[in-house]
Design a binder for this molecule. Structure first.
Ligand code: 0O2
Length: 244
């Protein structure tokens, strides 16, 4: 191979590596943001709305497959604008209400711009797929430039995630041509998953209600005697006072 051809190849390789690195930094940045939100939320509210987080960077091979499938221009500029899920983060929550809390906390960040939101929870896909999809744009700061990077975040419950993982496996096993009885079974399973989410949310609301009542019952009052403080449950203090 000619030296200048080799040189050209090296340039292309460097440009591709630099391109992909920007997305890796975008993923690192967004993951840190989510971890901070999760830790702070847990500290303030005494519970963790996030069960687990999964993330991936689309491989160059999958990026190019999507470019050809969707008939986009084959250039880095076109990929940057059209392939908005190179950074993919999946957040799995315990309850549906947590999904919207987490989504709001992310969107409230000053340097996060919401590009698109698809709410497949309020409007499930015909096969029963449910999830909240956000396409966000975040700035990535490097030594000589700042770049806006798209990030796709899918937020769903454990039950929705369980269903989607199995459906994804079946979809690929049958090469996207799923037998009719399986399609029907999957749609029924989505309804069951949905019902489980509804019941768990209801149970959780009841537990929270009891917890609140218990917390009110156990409210502490500080009793000062001879410059000494005694924290006493208010109902206990009240029972002493009622004796007089
Ligand atoms: P992977 O490997 O998970 O990334 P587009 O992303 O532009 O091709 P669309 O329809 O505009 O397509 O995007 P949408 O609706 O936001 O869905 C994109 C991703 O959501 C998919 O990514 C899946 O991860 C997930 N998804 C959407 N619909 C379904 C579904 O019916 N079943 C399951 N299991 N997952 C779904 P990819 O690129 O397909 O795959």
């Amino acid at each position: 191979m000619e030296t200048d051809q080799l040189q050209q190849l090296k340039l292309v390789k460097n440009e591709l590596t630099r391109f992909m690195m920007t997305y890796k930094f975008g993923l690192d940045e967004m993951t840190t943001k989510i971890n901070i939100l999760q830790e702070e939320f847990e500290h303030l509210n005494d519970y963790n709305p996030i069960e687990h987080i999964k993330s991936r960077l689309k491989s160059p091979e999958s990026i190019f497959k999507k470019v050809y499938r969707k008939d986009f221009d084959v250039s880095l500029e076109s990929i940057k604008e059209n392939i908005q899920d190179i950074v993919g983060i999946r957040i799995v929550c315990s309850f549906i209400s947590d999904i919207y809390k987490v989504s709001e906390m992310i969107q409230q960040q000053k340097d996060v711009t919401l590009v698109a939101c698809k709410d497949y929870i309020k409007n499930p896909k015909p096969n029963g797929y449910k999830s909240l999809h956000l396409i966000l744009s975040i700035p990535v700061f490097m030594s000589d430039r700042e770049e806006q990077v798209y990030v796709e975040i899918q937020i769903r419950t454990v039950a929705m995630d369980f269903w989607a993982s199995l459906e994804h496996k079946i979809y690929y096993k049958y090469d996207k041509d799923i037998p009719e009885n399986l399609t029907e079974e999957l749609t029924n399973a989505a309804t069951v998953a949905n019902e489980l989410d509804r019941r768990m949310e209801q149970l959780n609301n009841e537990v929270n209600h009891y917890k609140k009542e218990e917390a009110n019952d156990n409210e502490f009052n500080i009793l000062q005697i001879n410059n000494e403080s005694f924290p006493l449950p208010s109902n206990l203090l009240q029972s002493f006072l009622n004796k007089d």
